[in-house]
Design a protein around this ligand. Structure first.
Ligand code: KIV
Length: 265
């Protein structure tokens, strides 16, 4: 089994092979995704919404990210492990950005970090790349900017925003990022960015022309309750399956049908 590296992602773009990335936040899920052949495991700061029940990603801390990254990295055999830098772990100073990215690599076991921002984060991406910490950029709808954006809104819809996102994408590449996530932007803009950049683009709500696709694992598995944005495809609905198993357990315990002799010593 060949281990995926950031060089492989570049080769995949260059040869036209699509890159697959899913989020994971715990050991058993990461193990299943890795064994299924996923290229990249992302410990997203979506851990805040998905696993911790927060309204958004802003309360997630670097300690939370190190904890979840460690669990995922332990399960990884083949996939590239990328950890999100949470809100305020890279915005205060270059020094803090380097120290926190270093924690995700050294204590968490990540092989790369992801951070949100374009031109405004060029210096930070450069500073991390200079000390050999591979950076995945993230532009478009950046969930850590929700207070400024006024909600989860498609970005790049007018000419000014379109040009700004093109400039952001070029800044991320110029700074040394090895790839960039494009979130919730028109598919024609994602196509233009993907054709312009040399590094791979990985889309979420950005159409089919990106070099790869990423989704949140709970959305893919039907474990997100009624939350279902337009760009999500639910490949299976696990919630009813889990609820049925739990209800069966409750019933059997109450009716003394479990445990039977087979489960007893
Ligand atoms: O935090 C996250 O899960 C992400 C992906 C949705 C790209 O950033």
């Amino acid at each position: 089994m060949k281990k995926i590296t950031i060089l492989d992602l570049q080769k995949m773009k260059d040869s036209g092979e699509k890159i697959t990335m899913l989020t994971a936040y715990d050991y058993p899920t990461a193990r299943m995704l890795d064994e299924s052949g996923i290229d990249v495991l992302l410990i997203g700061d979506s851990v805040g919404n998905v696993m911790m029940g927060y309204e958004n990603t802003l309360p997630v801390t670097i300690d939370d990210m190190v904890y979840h990254t460690r669990a995922v990295a332990k399960a990884r055999k083949r996939a590239l492990v990328v950890a999100d830098m949470p809100f305020m772990s890279y915005q205060v100073s270059i020094e803090e950005a380097r120290r926190n990215a270093g924690r995700l690599i050294q204590q968490g076991g990540a092989e790369a970090v992801k951070l949100e921002g374009g031109e405004n984060m060029e210096a930070v991406i450069k500073a991390l790349s200079e000390v050999d910490i591979p950076v995945m950029g993230h532009i478009g709808l950046t969930p850590q900017s929700i207070p400024r954006m006024g909600g989860y809104k498609i970005q790049g819809k007018d000419e000014r925003q379109w040009q700004k996102l093109l400039a952001d994408a070029l800044a991320v590449e110029r700074a040394g990022a090895f790839s960039v996530v494009l979130e919730a932007i028109p598919h024609e803009l994602a196509k233009e960015i993907t054709a312009t950049l040399h590094i791979p683009t990985i889309g979420i709500g950005a159409g089919v022309n990106c070099d790869g696709q990423v989704l949140v694992i709970n959305d893919v598995l039907g474990l997100s309750g009624s939350f279902r944005p337009k760009f999500v495809k639910q490949y299976v609905q696990l919630e009813p399956v889990i609820k049925k198993a739990v209800q069966d357990f409750i019933t059997e315990v109450k009716e003394e049908k479990f445990p039977t002799k087979a489960q007893s010593f």
